[in-house]
Design a protein around this ligand. Sequence first.
Ligand SMILES: NC(=O)c1ccc[n+]([C@@H]2O[C@H](COP(=O)([O-])OP(=O)(O)OC[C@H]3O[C@@H](n4cnc5c(N)ncnc54)[C@H](OP(=O)(O)O)[C@@H]3O)[C@@H](O)[C@H]2O)c1
Length: 278
Amino acid sequence: MTIIMNIGPSREKSNAMTTIPSVLVTGASTGIGAAYAERFARRGHDLVLVARDMARMEALAARLRQQNGVAIDIIQADLTKADELATVEARLRDDVRIGILVNNAGTAIGGSFIEQSTDDVARLVALNTTALLRLASAIAPRLAKAGDGAIVNMGSVVGLAPEFGMTVYGATKAFVLFLSQGLSLELAPKGVYVQAVLPATTRTEIWDHVGADINALSNVMEVGDLVDAALVGFDRREPVTIPPLPDAGQWDALQAARQAMLPNYRNELPAERYRTVA
Ligand SMILES: NC(=O)c1ccc[n+]([C@@H]2O[C@H](COP(=O)([O-])OP(=O)(O)OC[C@H]3O[C@@H](n4cnc5c(N)ncnc54)[C@H](OP(=O)(O)O)[C@@H]3O)[C@@H](O)[C@H]2O)c1
């Protein structure tokens, strides 16, 4: 069941893409998404909040409206359900006031690959990749046509590190990074900014879902610090923002190493080491 609620003052916006755009935030009921909602409301953006927990979003919307005087809509949707996801896609396609999508909703599950059920990993992939992809696909053509706007995709450093042992979750986040980098190359020339944000361990409820005690983990970033840093990257129009990484040169070196291989992939014959003697 999808419920659409309107909280807050409605405003006349004849040409919102040239004024302050509305921001649609998925996974806005708690954690990183709720912090994004708060920061964008503080900057004066109207919001559309998306998640399943209506009561939490209502409470957040009431507080942000009171503190910032912005208009806030709420869409209650389970983004793993095609019909509810379609409601959000339609909103992104049709509502010209929305100029920024924060594709943040995501989850993680505990256990190793052989312990995780097939249905659970499929649901994880549906939320972390398919929903994020469909929402980006719903808004991108409109933003490209307007020559303005932004898509923020929430990845994770786990997507760079199979060694961390969260294989399917990491694979979904590798997808998010690749998609974001590719979309950035396609859409930046059309005036649309695409950012991948890669947090490491951040204090949110996601750790309850994987069965880990966040208080037993070290080097945990506070959610406000994470989002403030991600917004510094957003304001600088960085394609990839990794708030916990101290040395940005390491990321640049990784990209340079990857790009140095590109000309070497096109060859008529297999590499010498794979050639068999006729
Ligand atoms: N916290 C970390 O350490 C960390 C690190 C790297 C990346 N991330 C990424 O950051 C993003 C936000 O995570 P978080 O840490 O803030 O987690 P969180 O506190 O568990 O919040 C997840 C958000 O996603 C929503 N959500 C979950 N399942 C959903 C569904 N089926 N349909 C719609 N909304 C759904 C939740 O709302 P409802 O339950 O109300 O639906 C909630 O608002 C995720 O993409 C996550 O992978 C987090």
